[in-house]
Structures are given as C-alpha cells and as structure tokens.
Design a protein around this ligand. Structure first.
Ligand code: PGA
Length: 251
C-alpha cells in the first residue's frame, strides 16, 4: 500500500564532479528495482547538475534544507522554488543536525513545511530524540512535540502530503542503530499522532522512514517492520554499491 522510499542524505559531501560520478555509478545498480522509490539529496551546489543527469530516470532528487520565505534578504539561504527548479521532488526538513548545530526550532520547521508544500515539494520531516531524552523515557514525548510542531498548525489536509523520518539522534553516524523493535514502536506511535492530526486514513498513507546507521546488513530487518516505509541513509549513501544494496533490501 505504501511504496517504500529510500533516500540518501549526502550531507556536506561531494563536489559537482564527485556527485555526478556517484549518480552515474548508482543509476545502473538501482535501475531494475521495482516497488521502491529512490532519492538522493546532494548539497545545494550539485543539485542542478545532478538534477539534469536524472531527467528521464526513476531516481528522484531532494534538497537537504530550505528557507521558508520565497525570496528576500536571507544571505546563504535557498527557497522552495529554487529547489524545485533544480529538479527536486523532495526536501529534507528539520534534520537533527540542523536542529542541533544550526538552531532550528519546531516552529521554524513548521514554516518550512508549509513553504515546501506551497512550492510543490514533498517535505521529509525529520524527528528523533537524543540519547539523554531516550534514557529518561522521553522519546515519545519528544517526537510527538516535533511532529505537532511541524504539522500541527497546517490543518489535516497536509498530513498525507509529507513523509516523516524518525532518526534517533544517538543512532546518526554512530554505527549504533535502533533495533527493529525500537523503530517499529516509535513509528507506530508517530502514525497514531499523525492520525490525531489528519485522521487514520491519511495517516495510513504517510511514509515513515527510519534513519540512523542504516546499512546493508540491517536494512531488511528495519524495513521489514510494518510501519517502517523506507530509510533515510547518511554515511552508507555515499558509496554506490552500499546504497544500492540498501535499495535492494528485499533481495
Ligand atoms: P547515518 O545518517 O546513516 O550516517 O547515520 C543518517 C542521517 O543523518 O540521515
């Protein structure tokens, strides 16, 4: 019912030349995969060139961030229209690195979600607790606050126009992944919260991605969970064979 989405978040890696070599290597490796949508999120500087290379292919393009305003005096920022013109279908919003290192707030993420949707992009809204929050039993409360902050003021209609990525901060780039049971538990809870925002039918259509040290060896188990509808992959998306074997998680 929900086509899984496997997205590679390249973070601050790859020049234009390196990015093109990566997608050129990746395209034949994922060409025949059915029933999985695949996206890559290069840094801003490589988006246009990669977008051109992906025209006519099933691989989709994503931005890693954007500003909520359409244009203006916002040095260093890009808008939804700029991402869409470069070929993006998706934009990652509220990644924990943006929240932790660059001061993004739940309210700011909410404004970005609205602007992304207005600009024709599908937001991939990231939520996830820190280790300290998990240890004191606050994981559910944190992800609920984050998801309500991102979507709560936008009305029920937006709920099935986004994807959500659950990325426990303690699992990102650490090699320490959530267990499949931990991921499933939070995903099921997130779907309940989405249901309270937009009704169970809409919530049933939302793709909930897991992120945080997804690797070829753990992808089948994680993505085999009933409420895990894909993966947001960081480190393992930088190498074509590794990313392709996550995309081929069913094989
Ligand atoms: P990781 O990153 O796969 O390197 O843990 C995931 C992410 O930050 O999206």
């Amino acid at each position: 019912m929900r086509t899984p989405l496997v997205a590679g978040n390249w973070k601050m890696h790859k020049t234009v030349g390196e990015a093109l070599r990566l997608v050129d290597a990746l395209l034949p490796l994922v060409a025949g995969v059915e029933g999985v949508e695949v996206a890559v999120a290069p840094p801003f500087t490589a988006l246009h060139a990669v977008g051109q290379r992906l025209v006519g292919t099933p691989l989709r393009l994503a931005g890693q961030n954007m500003h909520w305003e359409a244009q203006g005096a916002y040095t260093g920022e890009v808008s939804a229209a700029m991402l869409a013109e470069a070929g993006c279908a998706y934009v990652i919003l509220g990644h924990s690195e943006r929240r932790q290192l660059f001061g993004e707030t739940d309210a700011g993420v909410g404004r970005k979600v609205a602007a992304a949707l207005a600009g024709g992009l599908t937001p991939v809204v990231c939520v996830g607790e820190t280790l300290e929050e998990r240890d004191r039993g606050a994981a559910f409360e944190v992800v609920e606050r984050q998801i309500r902050g991102a979507l709560g003021s936008l009305g029920p209609d937006v709920v099935d126009r986004v994807a959500v990525a659950y990325e426990p901060v303690w699992a990102i780039g650490t090699g320490r992944t959530a267990t499949a049971a931990q991921a499933q538990e939070v995903h099921a809870f997130l779907r309940q919260v989405l249901g309270s925002l937009g009704g169970t039918e809409r919530a049933g259509r939302v793709r909930l991605l897991y992120g945080g040290s997804v690797k070829p060896y753990n992808s089948a188990e994680l993505l085999g969970q009933p409420d895990v509808d894909g993966a947001l992959v960081g480190g393992a998306s930088l190498e074509p064979e590794t990313f392709a074997s996550i995309v081929r998680f069913r094989v």
